[in-house]
Ligand binder design. Structure first.
Ligand code: GDP
Ligand code: NAG
Ligand code: NAG
Ligand code: NAG
Length: 391
C-alpha cells in the first residue's frame, strides 16, 4: 500500500474559522452553518477546523482523485474526534491539460457532484472558504510534508513523523513582513504566518493524532485505537452479469509515460499487435482508443490496424469548452468502463479508475484487469484484481 510519503508530497494547511456562524441551539449542541453554500450543517459543540491540501504540481487528475479518497478518509477519522471540513484544492492548469480552453482555478463542481461528496465527509470549495475567511486571508498553519532525509533508516518501514528542517526548497516564500506566500491555485492575497516542514513515513490516517493534538494548543485526551486506511465498503449485490458493448476498449497512455515507465509502456506497433490479438479472440472488429497520444501517433496506430474500426472520442469545441480536458477524460473512462473487454496501461491511475468502475458495474474480472505488455519481455504481470468484497 502506498503511503503519505511514497508517491506524493502533501501539504496540509490548517485553519480554524472563528467566523463560522452558529445558527441554532439545541440543548448543549450547536448547529453550525459553515460557509455560504458550502457544507451541510454540522451538529457539534467544538469550533470547526479546516483541512486544505495540495499534491505535487506534476501529478495528474486520477492520482489526485485517489489522494482525495485518502484525505477524505483521514477527515472521516478526524470527525470522530472533532469537526473538520475538507477544503477542496482547485484544479489549476494541470500538466496534462493541453487544450487551449481556459482551465485555471477550476472548482470541483466542474467535474463532481458536491452533494455526493458531502455525503461521505463535509467538503467545501476553496473559493467559498476564502469568502468565509473574509478580508484577512490568513491561514493558521502550513505543514509541508517531506520524506526523511536519511530515507527509511535501516531499510525497515516503520511509522514515524517529526518536525524537521526543510530538506529542499519548497514552493513557499517568506515576504518582508514574515508572511509565507504561495500561489494558492491562482487566488491572491492568501498567506500564513506559520510554515513547518514535517518529515513523514506513515499512512495518511495516522496523521489523526498529530492534527488533533499537535496543531493546536488545545489539551484533550490522547487518541487511542486503530486507524485503518480504508473504511470497508460493503455491497449487497453479487458479481453482476455486465456484458458490455460489442467493442474492445483500451487505455493507451503515452507522453510522460514513455519516459517515466519505459519498460512497461508498449511501442505503438506492440500495442497494435496486442489489440489485434484480443479483437480476434473476441470476434470483435471495433476498438475504442482512450489515449493522450498526439494525433500523429494515433494515425500511426491506425495504420497498423487498418482492417479494424478504431474509434476515439473527439469533443467539439463547444463540448470541450463545457467539459474541459478533465471532463473529456472522464468520458473516455466511461466509454472504456462499458466495453466488452478492457486493456489498460501499467501503473496508470487513469486505467486503475476504469478497473474500479468496471468492477462496480459487475463485469467478469477477466475482462477488466488487463494491461498492455511493454516492449521488454518478461515484464508483464497483469494488474492485481481489486475485487469488491460482497457481504
Ligand atoms: N482524454 C484523455 N486524457 C488522458 C488519457 N490518458 C491520459 N490522459 C490525461 O493525462 C492525465 C494523466 O494523469 P492521471 O490522471 O494522474 O493518470 P496517470 O498519470 O496515467 O496515472 C489524465 O488526467 C488526462 O488529463 C486518455 O486516454 N484520454
Ligand atoms: C506531537 O506531540 C507529542 C506530545 O507533545 C510529541 O511527543 C510528538 O513528538 C509531537 N509530534 C510531532 C510530529 O511533532
Ligand atoms: C505561529 O507562529 C507564531 C509566531 O512565530 C507563534 O507564536 C505561534 O505559537 C505559532 N502557532 C502555532 C500553532 O504553531
Ligand atoms: C468466435 O467465433 C468462432 C467461430 O465462429 C467461435 O468458435 C468462437 O467461440 C467465438 N469466440 C467468442 C469469444 O465468441
Amino acid at each position: 500500500m502506498e503511503s503519505a510519503s511514497d508517491v506524493w508530497m502533501l501539504l496540509f494547511i490548517l485553519c480554524t474559522l472563528n467566523t463560522v456562524t452558529r445558527t441554532s441551539k439545541d440543548d448543549d449542541q450547536f448547529v453550525y452553518d459553515v460557509g455560504v453554500k458550502s457544507t451541510p450543517q454540522f451538529v457539534l459543540s467544538k469550533p470547526m477546523r479546516f483541512l486544505l491540501y495540495e499534491v505535487n504540481p506534476g501529478e495528474g487528475f486520477n492520482l489526485r482523485r485517489d489522494v482525495y479518497m485518502r484525505i477524505a478518509n483521514l477527515v472521516l477519522f478526524l470527525n470522530k474526534i472533532e469537526p473538520w471540513t475538507l477544503v477542496l484544492p482547485p484544479w489549476d492548469n494541470l500538466y496534462h491539460w493541453r487544450s487551449p480552453v481556459e482551465q485555471s482555478s477550476l472548482p470541483w463542481s466542474t467535474f463532481f457532484d458536491l452533494d455526493s461528496l458531502n455525503r461521505h465527509v463535509s467538503v467545501m470549495e476553496f473559493h467559498d472558504f476564502l469568502e468565509d475567511l473574509g478580508e484577512d486571508k490568513k491561514i493558521d498553519e502550513v505543514y509541508y510534508l517531506q520524506m526523511y532525509e536519511e530515507g527509511w533508516n535501516s531499510g525497515k518501514w516503520r511509522e514515524r513523523m517529526d518536525i524537521r528542517p526543510c530538506t529542499q526548497e519548497t514552493y513557499f516564500k517568506q515576504d518582508e513582513s514574515g508572511h509565507w506566500r504561495w500561489s494558492y491555485w491562482g487566488f491572491e492575497g492568501v498567506y500564513s504566518t506559520n510554515f513547518t516542514c514535517l518529515s513523514i513515513q506513515s499512512e495518511s490516517t495516522h496523521l489523526v493524532p498529530f492534527l488533533t493534538k499537535n496543531t493546536t494548543a488545545r489539551a484533550e485526551e490522547l487518541i487511542h485505537g486503530e486507524f485503518s486506511e480504508w473504511s470497508t465498503l460493503y455491497w449487497t449485490k453479487e458479481h453482476g452479469e455486465a456484458k458490455g458493448g460489442p467493442y474492445l476498449a483500451v487505455h493507451l497512455r503515452r507522453r510522460d509515460f514513455l519516459r517515466g515507465h519505459k519498460d512497461s509502456t508498449p511501442t505503438l506497433k506492440e500495442a497494435a499487435r496486442q489489440i489485434e490479438d484480443i479483437l480476434n479472440k473476441l470476434n470483435l472488429t471495433t476498438v475504442f482508443i482512450a489515449t493522450d497520444a498526439p494525433k500523429s501517433e494515433f494515425k500511426q496506430l491506425k495504420s497498423y490496424l487498418s482492417e479494424y474500426h478504431l474509434k476515439i472520442f473527439e469533443p467539439s469545441d463547444d463540448l470541450l469548452e463545457k467539459y474541459k480536458d478533465g471532463g473529456v477524460a472522464i468520458i473516455d473512462q466511461w466509454i472504456c468502463a462499458h466495453a466488452r473487454y478492457f486493456i489498460g496501461t501499467s501503473v496508470s491511475t487513469f486505467s486503475f479508475r476504469i478497473h474500479e468502475e468496471r468492477e462496480i458495474l459487475g463485469f467478469d474480472p477477466h475482462t477488466t484487469f488487463n494491461r498492455f505488455c511493454g516492449s521488454k519481455t518478461g515484464n508483464c504481470d497483469q494488474p492485481t484484481k481489486w475485487l469488491i468484497q460482497y457481504s
